[in-house]
Design a protein around this ligand. Sequence first.
Ligand SMILES: *Cc1c(COP(=O)(O)O)cnc(C)c1O
Length: 507
Amino acid sequence: MSQNPHGTVTGNRGLQLEEPLIFEQGVAGRTGVDLPAAPQVKSRLGKAARKGTIGLPGLSEPQAIRHYTRLSQKNFAIDAGMYPLGSCTMKHNPRLNEKMVRLPGLADLHPMQPQSTVQGALALIDTLAHWLKTLTGMPAVAMSPAAGAQGELCGVMAIKAAHEAKGDHGRKVILVPESAHGTNPATAAACGYSVESIPANERGRVDLDALKAKLGPHVAGIMITNPNTCGLFENDIVEIGKAVHAAGGYFYCDGANFNAIVGRVRPGDLGIDCMHINLHKTFSTPHGGGGPGSGPVVLSAALAPYAPVPFVVHGPDGFKLVEEEAGEAAKAFGRLKGFHGQMGMFVRALTYMMSHGSDGMRQASEDAVLNANYIQARLGDIMTAPFPGPCMHEALFDDRFLNGSGVSTLDMAKALIDEGFHPMTMYFPLVVHGAFLIEPTESEHKATLDQFIAVMRSLVERIKKGDTQFLHDAPKLTPRRRLDETLAARKPVLRWRPAAPERQAAE
Ligand SMILES: *Cc1c(COP(=O)(O)O)cnc(C)c1O
């Protein structure tokens, strides 16, 4: 075999096996199953009949199993180790959630079944809605949005519908802080608004005076994340809400970081009009490669009438889905997605809530904040924090401590991979230069946090001694080293083509 970075004959490293693509492994005629010879029938496909082969690789069953098992082992997951990806809340997904969602009475449902046969499922959606309203102190919730970003779309569409219902067509601007997640300005723009950015103050919070100066009859609303993407609580949030309402706008709160405040703060008490909740962050349903998201949106009384269909109501004959924009849903802005929401995620999130109870959820958010502050305190003397004071659920550092070393945040992230940690979120939020956004979540034990801290400390100590080459070379121990991620995103090669036949190659 050709040269490989591990210096082994096979290219394998320990039990991490190197192998070609599944198509490259395929051999014509090899198969994992024995099929009887196809009966000779006269094709009625005419010109539509396939001329070439179907192009599937010929593999034995063990080959196929090994290939996919190895692929799955190359994938880092929260089940494999600490995954401190800030703003993403990669917490443990309790197995009880998985057990509940696999109950045949829930797993085998079909969204087109008659409603009389799915009363239990509708009751479950209604119960989850009740908990979400209770935890947020909000009167209504739209359950159907399929992710945080779609929840944002839902909330801003409700804001737009509310202004239009009042005949207020002059509001063309949504205000968004500089530190916002990219989905916030993207959502506002997708709804036809122009976005004006609000600067942060030296404490990493929204600059209240700058915000007030931007308010006026042209502003439809603001979108603010709380706790914000610097991992800080927006202390002026009540005053922000009052100022926005006084100017006739609505207050969208990005609730992706709800994990830090569940059981401690009810967003409804802060004067917000709508907020999406990422069930897949706060309420432990798997995300990323592990499953779809779910982004229910809680709504104030002012916005509730514009919530999308469908929604569940409880009538004299039991539970019912309101699916048409008529009657009680006459003002609904429409429908956001097919069917009724991410049922599997509803089951998991409700299981999480009921198994934790209100005290358990409060404890979880307190522990998430404690863990992040532990990291901030233990690394604060060797790394540089852009803002003073304790943090909420994530610790934020900038790259000033790397000044003059030639080492970047990216190099540090790559070195963490060699040490067995998923890197933190880097270069976000944009308001901080070379950001390290570390969110340990409440799932991590102190021993794991100590190990993470020890790794970071040792990296920084080596940098201080001028020992930096290893950081530029990292990761050294992974199946692949530094990939050109920009090129991969800009020019993705998604199609495998067979190598040219030898005869042609020889010509
Ligand atoms: C995760 C996140 C979102 C988007 O949520 P998705 O479910 O990924 O669409 C929006 N805002 C913030 C602050 C987030 O962390």
